[in-house]
Design a protein around this ligand. Structure first.
Ligand code: SF4
Length: 230
């Protein structure tokens, strides 16, 4: 009997999901956060309603792309929740692909095991808010354990793997000052990106009427977070 790896989406090629690389992307269902700005609400709230894609079919579609596609991004939802993640990554590695893992950083113990086994070649970790319980809970949508987020960002930044931290800037929930506090809690040498909140697809309907950040607002947030703006 084949395992259901919880693969709910598959993009054969993307230039956006692994900076500097052409990558395929797998989306796994389920998440332990409820970020109000999340744009994958269906994957988070009702993954059982999204049909799974068999790993065999994914590998079949990936085979002709070897040599074109540099690697596979495993995203979510939150991939570290899947008990089958090590086997999934192992199968992708055996098929000749490098892996970039996207994570919300809530399960450092899983990250540590994956890194130790050489199953991950790059990491992108969402940091939702300054590492303060109140702020984090507001942006994650659930009571958040910031000590776990801290442990993950230490693991990621000390892993020796190419990595990047990123934050979705949601006006009204974050401001330039909190972006500065957030950035100062990350290792200065770690790359950091700010992405703009998009109200068109959000988990919390209350956010759907909120305006996306203006270019000036976003630039102020990036500047406060020390992101170079050309
Ligand atoms: S944005 Fe938040 S709720 Fe959505 S998948 Fe990522 S961590 Fe989960």
């Amino acid at each position: 009997m084949s395992t259901d790896f919880g693969i709910k989406g598959f993009l054969e090629t993307s230039f956006l999901d692994w900076p500097g690389r052409l990558a395929a992307v797998l989306f796994l269902g389920g998440c332990n956060f409820r970020c109000p700005f999340c744009h994958n609400a269906e994957l988070v709230l009702a993954p059982h309603l999204v049909p799974s894609i068999a790993l065999g079919d994914v590998l079949e579609r990936l085979r002709p792309l070897r040599g074109w596609v540099d690697g596979v991004v495993v995203s979510g939802g939150e991939p570290t929740l899947s008990p089958h993640l090590p086997e999934l990554l192992g199968r992708l590695r055996s098929a000749g692909f490098e892996i970039k893992l996207d994570t919300n950083g809530s399960r450092p113990e899983v990250l540590a095991k994956l890194f130790a086994r050489g199953l991950v070649q790059a990491v992108e970790m969402d940091v939702k808010a300054p590492l303060e319980p109140g702020a984090y809970t507001r942006l994650a949508g659930v009571p958040a354990r910031v000590e776990l987020i801290r442990a993950s960002l230490d693991l990621v930044s000390l892993s020796g793997l190419p990595h990047r931290f990123r934050t979705t800037y949601v006006p009204g929930l974050l401001d330039a000052e909190s972006m500065g506090r957030l950035r100062r809690s990350l290792p200065a040498q770690s790359p950091f990106a700010v992405q703009a909140f998009d109200p068109r697809r959000v988990l919390d309907p209350a956010l759907s009427t909120r305006a996306a950040p203006s270019p000036a607002d976003l630039r102020a947030a990036e500047t406060a977070a020390g992101v170079f703006v050309a």
